[in-house]
Design a protein around this ligand. Structure first.
Ligand code: AMP
Length: 123
């Protein structure tokens, strides 16, 4: 697993060096609007700890950090009005998933019918 790069864009957001449109914040996590939304509502939930990806977070984060992130995602989705109509959560880890930012993040997307979870396979 790659070492954590503290110059990644989400680390800079957490340090206040880059602005963000915050939806929710607590001791464990920050949730903010994606700068390039792929749905009418598209926000990102990130832990405040230095974790590269889902692999890193699931292996090293404390139970409190993991529970905190999951509870915050549910809370934010309700606050954003997505709980009834539905929403998708998604986290990319590594090359095959095209992870761009090497700080663990969970996408929360909704506000319209989102279509298939993944592109259809070509057989
Ligand atoms: P991923 O491909 O899963 O690593 O997704 C990275 C996401 O971060 C993309 O959806 C980008 O639009 C988003 N992103 C990149 N820079 C920023 C930023 N400064 N503020 C908010 N979202 C960002």
């Amino acid at each position: 697993m790659a070492d954590y790069d503290d110059q990644n864009v989400f680390a800079k957001i957490l340090r206040g060096e880059i602005p963000n449109k915050t939806v929710y914040e607590d001791e464990h996590c920050l949730i903010f609007h994606d700068v390039n939304p792929q749905a009418p509502v598209h926000v990102l939930a990130i832990p405040k700890g230095a974790y590269v990806s889902m692999d890193d977070f699931s292996a090293k984060a404390s139970d409190a950090e993991i529970a905190g992130l999951i509870r915050a995602i549910g809370h934010a989705a309700r606050e954003l009005g997505l709980a009834e109509s539905g929403y998708r959560i998604l986290a990319n880890h590594g090359r095959d998933a095209n992870q761009e930012v090497p700080h663990f993040h969970v996408h929360i997307a909704g506000g319209e019918r989102l279509g298939p979870m993944l592109p259809r396979r070509r057989d």
